[in-house]
Design a protein around this ligand. Structure first.
Ligand code: SAM
Length: 302
């Protein structure tokens, strides 16, 4: 049971109003708690079955009882991704749920596809944005807009950009869940690579910019996005929109790009733009073993 979070850490999450966190990380499987539900993500059936039986032991030690258990297969190819499957609990219950992270509410939808709505490995970066209290946040590849929500709670105006209108609709729902009016917030269902030059032509500037792209995708007109080839171009475009003193989050799940590679790409982009900057990374999360989760880096412009 040594890869399960301790009952003490679980109690600390509860006390901190965080109901969305990892429970377990193994070589072929990880387990997340999402409110009253649990999601097992697995590469092999044996790893899923072992995690399910250990979950019961862990629940008894931590004093938690999950309402439902979902599982989802982790395929090698994105095209093979499917929505989670209910393996224990009430099949009639709604697939929607609400989780909290440091008291902030986010909607979860187990029926929405492969991802249920919140990337837990960005918890520290969301906390950093909230504490920094930006005036104007640009959230690219925004998905369900969790970064926009924390910025808005801190008083920011926000622009959220994502190809998926459905994800942005869920972003608006996340604003509503936190009683945030939509005034001062824009949701652009468009390709980031088309939106950034448009914002630049309009002279728009931001003091925090989130760059958390997928490894691979197809954008407008079938245009191919491949993070390791285009991260520098993305950074250059973002620099045109960044005020002096702005902070830019650079984040990726691409295994070919580690923190050093991200910093190198950022240094090249800075050089081209004739700007200077410093870097920091938030401390590791207590529920993620070293090397697990997205690689992330904050660039602080001078
Ligand atoms: C890894 S998720 C981003 C997660 C998000 N930053 C968060 O923390 O919740 C990637 C998102 O990028 C969007 N996306 C992919 N290619 C895009 C593009 N070219 N322009 C805009 N959005 C894109 C997808 O629809 C998806 O919602």
């Amino acid at each position: 049971m040594n890869r399960w979070i301790s009952p003490e850490l679980f109690a600390a999450f509860e006390a901190g109003e965080t109901t969305a966190h990892r429970l377990f990380t193994g070589p072929n499987v990880w387990v997340e708690r999402l409110g009253r539900d649990v999601l097992i993500s697995f590469k092999t059936d044996a790893a899923r079955d072992a995690a399910l039986s250990e979950l019961r032991q862990w629940e008894a030690s931590a004093g938690f009882q999950s309402a439902r258990v979902f599982s989802r297969f982790l395929p090698k190819q994105n095209a093979e991704r499917v929505a989670p499957v209910l393996i224990e609990g009430d099949a009639e219950a709604a697939l929607h749920a609400v989780v909290t992270e440091r008291g902030v509410r986010y909607g979860i939808d187990f029926g929405a596809g492969y991802s249920a709505g919140l990337f837990l490995d960005q918890r520290a970066n969301r906390a950093f944005v909230r504490q920094r209290a930006p005036k104007r946040l640009l959230n690219t590849f925004a998905y369900t807009c969790s970064f926009s929500v924390v910025a808005a709670l801190a008083g920011a105006q926000t622009v959220s950009v994502d190809l998926s209108k459905k994800s942005l609709d869920r972003g608006r729902e996340n604003f509503a869940l936190n009683n945030l009016p939509l005034e001062g917030h824009r949701f652009l269902a468009d390709d980031v690579l088309d939106v950034l030059p448009r914002l630049e032509r309009r002279g728009e500037k931001f003091d925090v910019i989130i760059l958390d792209p997928p490894t691979f995708s197809r954008g407008n007109r079938g245009r191919r996005w491949q993070v390791e080839e285009q991260i520098e171009d993305l950074l250059r475009a973002a620099l045109e929109l960044a005020e002096p003193g702005a902070a830019i989050l650079i984040s990726t799940n691409c295994t070919k790009l580690d923190r050093r590679a991200l910093e190198q790409a950022a240094r090249f982009a800075l050089k081209t733009a004739r700007r200077g900057g410093d870097f920091h990374t938030e401390p590791p999360l207590p529920d993620f073993p070293p090397g697990e989760g997205a690689q992330t880096l904050w660039l602080h412009l001078r």
